[in-house]
Design a protein around this ligand. Structure first.
Ligand code: C2E
Ligand code: CA
Ligand code: CA
Length: 688
């Protein structure tokens, strides 16, 4: 045995001591945070690892100490010393996990652990087969026990302090602490060994022939491997636990988010349909046996679609939020507001009597009718409200929501901007609406649509100078259905694009026939109505040209009627499309002029050829001075922009006389003719 081997063994012993200490501190932290189910496993596993570490450090130290002498070891005592180390380690971990850090626990724990480690030392040394000869120097022995106890107290104190967390600075402190602890453990080991005395200097007689050196290095290697392995496992555990924690946390937030989204509307943060259902059911359940009356007010924003299409979705969203704010202002404490879908809202209100529900609706109509401001626009929207009452109109959440919806649709079909209580007759009408909606697609397939035409008459000459094509649906059950009933349904379902294509095709085909029959010696353009949805179709220009070509009719034979809303949605884009159409010779007319949001500055920039003054202004021309002024102004303005002016809905001679006076170009209305089938128009054209 040479000095180098001894030094190497001491070094190894130190490394094992530091590693064991580090592991002990880490395990203490891990055990103290383990959940109850895993704590015992961590405690026992940790105790075995830590005990093995301490024991092997002790064993290697002993081997190094006695290296110059040939010694051999009893297996039984060696095993016992290992078990003592494990029990002491388990106890230490148990102490750190289970108790609070106070002086009492530290000292008591330190004494027990210190005594235990000293016992391990003694048992380990007793394993040395030295015949009768092992004795202890009493003073040095007491000193060694004292050092061990002090070391244990320091170690415990460190373990308590460092049991929280795995942050890098905790790890660094833990590593420094491990070095100090390693030194301390070695210190107590050597004082203990120094305290021992052998009576016989040579112990070769007891040598069992095992290579001492080999034994020392294999024990050291083995324990180092175990320690390193456990250390690695702990790191992996920390990592996976962190990952699991992060996962758990994000899952938790996702869960609560999902739960919220499941019951709330994302845009307005209002409760959604499922929450309203629940709430209504709760109120109904709570009403059991009591005479309670509550109202479901179904609010629909009139023409939100037009705003979306004309001003863009962002403006629509802002409008919705502004709308919600308004509604909130009228609510009483205890009322509930929810959003059912796009433009559908519901207010639940417990009321004393039926009139109270009407009062709430009137308030809502009044406050919602005031102009709303979204950036760069002032918007006038109104609301249609349908009211159903519990228990009169329904006794379940579903039936109450359905009846209030029917009442709301009734308001929509009768001029909007109003409220109405549900009545049982509404049921039948609602069924009709549903029938129409589902019948639209088959109608296109079965060719149930018809074109009617209404003449546009030159006010000066009285001759037909144009025609407006107006769609009709020859319904097998309902007869001739007005477009005001089915066009909105077609717009909702998107079927309006296919229907619009059909209209353009039919109008151009008709124009061809009339031209072929020589009924149109001069060009008499046919105007067709385009929904905003159609105007937004990218291929509008191309498909229009294709239809014109197919029927070989000049572009000037077609006028596209658009509402202000369709153009104002994206004015810049509208200008581009209009330029393209104008370049091709297709004329564009603004329909229902005066009812939309168009600004005059844009009107100047739109390449248009015609303005149609809405019927609402023409209706009261004979007696309403204000309307006269408006119509006069529109005519002047249109002429200054070189636009043709058409007055719609002329039913009286007086109206026509005024229009002639102010220089309006054309008129259209029942005074001359209602919209009629093509063959009747043929007769009119032939006779002029
Ligand atoms: P609009 O474009 O303003 O069409 C004029 C409407 O006023 C027609 O109603 C016409 O019958 C009616 N009218 C004409 N003169 C008078 C009158 O002197 N007095 C009264 N009270 N009414 C008169 P109609 O045919 O029921 O069409 C209603 C609306 O349906 C149209 O209003 C138009 O917006 C839409 N529409 C009609 N056909 C189509 C179509 O092919 N495509 C699209 N997208 N919309 C269409
Ligand atoms: Ca029109
Ligand atoms: Ca019109």
């Amino acid at each position: 045995m040479n000095d180098n081997s001894i030094l190497a063994l001491y070094l190894l012993s130190f490394v094992v001591a530091v590693l064991a200490s580090y592991l002990a501190l880490m395990l203490a932290a891990r055990v103290s945070r383990a959940r109850s189910g895993q704590a015992l496993a961590w405690l026992i596993g940790g105790g075995i690892t830590m005990g093995t570490g301490i024991w092997s450090m002790h064993f290697i130290g002993m081997l190094a100490f006695y290296l110059p002498i040939k010694v051999s070891y009893s297996f039984k005592e060696t095993l016992l010393s290992w078990l003592v180390a494990i029990v002491v380690s388990c106890f230490a971990l148990f102490l750190v996990k289970g108790t609070r850090r106070n002086r009492h626990n530290l000292v008591l724990g330190g004494i027990i652990i210190g005594a235990g480690l000293s016992a391990m030392n003694c048992v380990g040394m007793a394993a040395i087969k030295v015949g009768p000869g092992l004795r202890y120097d009493p003073a040095l022995f007491v000193a060694s026990v004292a050092v061990t106890i002090v070391g244990a107290i320091v170690a415990l104190w460190l373990a308590f302090r460092l049991r929280g967390g795995d942050a890098w600075h905790t790890r660094l402190t833990r590593f420094s602490a491990a070095i100090i602890m390693g030194l301390a453990i070695m210190g107590m080991q050597f004082t203990n060994m120094a305290a021992s005395r052998f009576s016989t200097p040579s112990l070769s007689a007891f040598n069992d022939g095992m290579d001492h050196n080999w034994l020392a290095f294999s024990v050291a290697g083995l324990s180092l491997t175990i320690l390193a392995f456990i250390l690695l496992l702990s790191f992996i555990d920390i990592r996976s636990r962190r990952y699991a924690d992060a996962l758990r946390l994000s899952l938790k937030t996702v869960h609560s988010k999902l739960a919220y989204l499941g019951t709330h509307d994302a845009l307005t943060s209002l409760p959604n349909r499922s929450l309203v259902n629940k709430k209504i059911t709760e109120i109904i359940d709570a009403a059991e046996g009591k005479a309670i009356l509550f109202a479901v007010l179904h609010i629909n924003i009139d023409r939100l679609k037009t705003v979306n299409e004309s001003l863009g979705r962002a403006a629509g969203d802002q409008l919705l939020n502004a709308f919600v704010l308004r509604i909130r202002q009228t609510l009483r404490p205890g009322d509930m507001l929810a959003r059912l879908s796009g433009d559908d809202f519901v207010v639940l209100a417990v009321v004393g009597q039926v009139e109270d529900a009407a009062g709430i609706a009137e308030n809502l109509i009044e406050i919602l009718g005031r102009p709303l401001h979204v950036p760069s626009h002032e918007i006038h929207v109104t609301a249609s409200i349908g009211i159903s009452l519990f228990p009169n109109n329904g006794t379940t959440a579903e039936s109450l929501l359905a009846t209030s919806d029917i009442a709301m649709s009734h308001v929509k079909q009768h001029g909007r901007n109003n409220y109405h209580f549900f009545t049982s007759e509404m049921h039948a009408r609602n069924r009709d609406r549903i029938n129409l909606e589902s019948g639209l697609r088959p109608a296109l397939r079965e060719n149930e649509f018809r074109m009617f035409y209404q003449p546009k008459v030159d006010i000066r000459s009285g001759r037909i100078v144009g025609l407006e094509g107006l769609l009709r649906w020859k319904h097998p059950e309902y007869g001739l259905v007005s477009p005001t009933r089915f066009i909105p349904l077609a717009e909702e379902s998107g079927l309006i694009v296919a229907i619009g294509d059909w209209v353009m095709e039919a109008a151009c085909q008709q124009s061809r026939q009339w031209q072929d029959k020589g009924l149109m010696p001069d060009i008499i353009p046919i105007a067709i109505n385009l929904s905003a949805h159609q105007f937004l179709q990218r291929d509008l220009v191309d498909s229009t040209i294709a239809v014109l070509k197919r029927h070989a009719i000049p572009p000037a034979s077609l006028i596209l009627e658009l509402t202000e809303g369709s153009l104002m949605g994206n004015p810049e884009n509208a200008i581009d499309v209009l330029r393209e159409l104008t370049r091709l010779g297709i004329h564009v007319s603004i329909d229902d002029f005066g009812t939309g949001y168009s600004s005059l500055s844009y009107l100047r920039r739109f390449p248009l050829s015609e303005i149609k003054i809405d019927r609402s202004f023409v209706q009261s021309l004979e007696n309403n001075l204000e309307d006269r002024a408006i119509v006069r102004a529109i005519v002047t303005l249109a002429h200054s922009l070189q636009l043709t002016v058409v007055a719609e809905g002329v039913t009286k001679v007086e109206q026509l006389r005024f229009l002639r006076q102010i220089g309006c170009d054309q008129y259209q209305g029942f005074l001359f003719s209602e919209p009629v089938p093509a063959d009747i128009i043929s007769g009119m054209l032939a006779s002029q």
